[in-house]
Write a protein of this length. Sequence first.
Length: 148
Amino acid sequence: MGTPEKSIDVSVGADAVWAVLADGWLYPLWVVGATHMRAVDDDWPAVGSRLHHSVGVWPLQLSDTTTVLDVAPGRMLTLQAKAWPAGSARVVIRLEPTPEGCRIHMAEEAERGVGWLVPSFVQAPGILLRNTEALSRLRDVAEHRHHR
């Protein structure tokens, strides 16, 4: 992927982070913009499974889906995140073990819709800011759940 990647170190192992990623109902806790879960496919996060969520703030919420494109349980998750009418983005999350816990890597690029028309160098700063916040939230959820 030729997109900017953001990383964060966490004090828990990849298994603790994966537990958060594998629980689709937790998606709005760490994904910036996701505000409401409507449903999670029973086989989440298997390839082809979907999260049914809303983005935006009430009453201006849009219902959409996020689909698993590829998965290596405990190590990697590739998602197609839709946000009509903006389009969709491919998001790759990789977990890398470290001596202190693990490092979470996140890369994202627009695939379809209006976002796809915007040059990468224009998109990059906003994507990096959003993914910095998403990774911080993901770290907080994983560490809190693990240390409980």
